[in-house]
Every structure is written in C-alpha cells, then in structure tokens.
Ligand binder design. Structure first.
Ligand SMILES: C[S@@+](CC[C@H](N)C(=O)[O-])C[C@H]1O[C@@H](n2cnc3c(N)ncnc32)[C@H](O)[C@@H]1O
Length: 288
C-alpha cells in the first residue's frame, strides 16, 4: 500500500457508513439466500440434543446473519450458548437488542458478549482443544491483520465433529476478481482476500473444506454512482469496493483509472444503471 493510502477500517464509523451504503444498493435481500444455505449446512450436523450447543460467532456487526443461524439452531436444540466477539460497541448494542428478543422466544438460548478483536479474545482464551460445536465468522476474517493465524485459531476452537464456517467474497465472482486485480496493482493485499485464499490456506493445513454443497450466493448491487466524481455516495461506495479510505483523493491516477475501467467493463448495464454482480461464499470445514 502506498504511504498515503489508508485502510477503510482505520475509521470504524466511516467503515460502517460505507458498508451500510453498499448493502442498501442490493437488488435482493442477501439474508434470504443465506438463510436457505444455513439450512443446507446444518442438515449434516447432528449434535447430542440433550447437551448444550455452543456457538462462537466472530465479527458479527449488528448480528443479522448470526440471528438467522441462532434461530435455526434454537429450533433444533433446547439449550444453546452463544459467545459473541465483535470490537464495534455500537453494532454490538444493536445485536444485544435482537438477542433479547430471541431469548424471549427461545428461553434456552444464552449469550456471552466480548467487545474486542478476535485476536484479543484468542489471547485471553488459549485452550488446547476446541470447545465449540460451531464457529462462524461472517465477512470478518479479512479485517484481521494476520488472517491466516486467525483462521487457524478459529478452527482450533471447534470441537471434534463440529464445524467452522467463514463467509467471504467469492474468489471467482466480480468483487473477488476486483480484489485480486486491485491488490496486484497496489502491491498490498490488506483486506483484499477472497474465498480462494481461504480455501488455499486450509489446504496447506490439510483441512478439507466442504465442497459438495452449494454454499455460494450472488446478489446484484447498483454501483452507478461510482462513475460520478461529484457524487459523495459514489466516492464512499468506491472506497468500500477497494477497502481504502479516500480512494479518489489518495490513489495514484493510473490506479483510479484502472479500477474504474474494471468496474465499467465488468458491471452489467441495465436501464442506464451499472450493476455489480457480487458473490459470497461460506467456506466450511468439519473438525475431525
Ligand atoms: C463486513 S462486517 C460483517 C458484519 C456481519 N458479520 C455480516 O456478515 O454482515 C465485518 C465485521 O468484522 C468486525 N471486525 C473487524 N476486525 C475484527 C477483528 N479483528 N475481530 C473480530 N471482528 C472484527 C467489524 O467490526 C465488523 O463488524
């Protein structure tokens, strides 16, 4: 990364503003698709229904995805303990409101909150063997500076027979290809990982990821504003796509031109709007 470029995550409020704006441009609700995929992922898991099921969920934001998973699990198991690790307090407070509603409907569900980075949680909870039935990280792995070591740590928290599921941008999709192109251009891969990188890392550790299931989904996002230099929203969206702050002000002109050309060439034009066809994937692995 050139010295004047900054990670979008350095200013957490700005990061959440850009994430919210990007999600608001989706054509369809991504949660509906994720919901169906949780059902598919959970079908093969059968834990002892008399025992408490333990879920560790990392980088939850406001917890929308996590609540879907928790609801699926609480319909199958009487007792569920959810350990939540998320450094952004404001987002966690929103999650807590949703959790209160869940515990009203499902009294067997309990929560434990850790307002911290996963790396810090790791340091505080060094255990030789995994104790969680499911460990889930929805689009948070890539914000960890040493994501490979964080991924190893997540896997180690899974108990034998349990499952690790990490949601990441699909490596073969449009956003995944943009990330690969941009990290080559910038010479820095900070926050620019895709499902391909995660699968490759698991392979180096001889961990088989589940690939027999359809665990990816695609949604179209309206990115038309990024082509309008004077649009504040467009500039925020552009920052979100390359995961850098103030991209239009700080990136070298040739990098800007290449990113915009990539976006123009690869988005689909429909009724005068540019749609980015973006995919995400659950990379999931069972612990043997
Ligand atoms: C893209 S959001 C994902 C939110 C939610 N899981 C989802 O899928 O919509 C990334 C989340 O990871 C959190 N995060 C960033 N760095 C983290 C770290 N080192 N440990 C745990 N969470 C982290 C952020 O605060 C943010 O809530």
């Amino acid at each position: 990364m050139t010295s004047n470029m900054r990670s979008i995550y350095e200013d957490v409020n700005y990061y959440f503003k850009s994430l919210g704006l990007f999600l608001s441009r989706a054509k369809t609700c991504i949660n509906d698709l994720g919901n169906r995929q949780w059902l598919e992922l959970l079908t093969d898991l059968s834990f002892d229904a008399d025992k408490e099921i333990r879920l560790l969920t990392i980088g939850t934001g406001k917890g929308d995805r996590d609540c879907l998973l928790i609801q699926h699990l609480s319909k199958r198991y009487n007792k569920l303990h959810v350990t939540v690790v998320e450094p952004a307090k404001r987002q966690l407070d929103e999650f807590k409101n949703k959790a209160a509603k869940i515990t009203e409907d499902f009294p067997g569900v309990s929560f434990e909150w850790h307002v911290k980075m996963f790396e810090d949680y790791q340091n505080d909870h060094k255990k030789p063997d995994g104790t969680f039935h499911i460990v889930f990280a929805g689009h948070s792995l890539i914000y960890m500076k040493n994501w490979e070591s964080a991924l190893d740590g997540m896997y180690n928290h899974v108990q034998p027979g349990g499952m690790l599921a990490v949601t990441v941008v699909h490596g073969q999709g449009f956003q995944g290809r943009l990330r690969k192109m941009y990290r080559d251009l910038e010479g820095c891969s900070l926050h620019l990982q895709t499902s391909d990188d995660v699968k490759r890392h698991l392979k180096t550790k001889n961990i088989e990821h589940l690939n027999e299931k359809e665990l990816s989904r695609e949604v179209d996002f309206d990115i038309s504003d990024v082509f309008d230099e004077s649009s504040d929203d467009g500039n925020v969206l552009l920052d979100f796509l390359v995961l850098r702050s103030q991209f239009r002000k700080t990136a070298p002109p040739d990098h800007q031109a290449k990113v915009l050309k990539f976006l123009r060439d690869n988005s689909v034009k429909e009724n005068g709007r540019h749609w980015l066809h973006s995919g995400e994937e659950h990379v999931a692995a069972r612990r043997l």
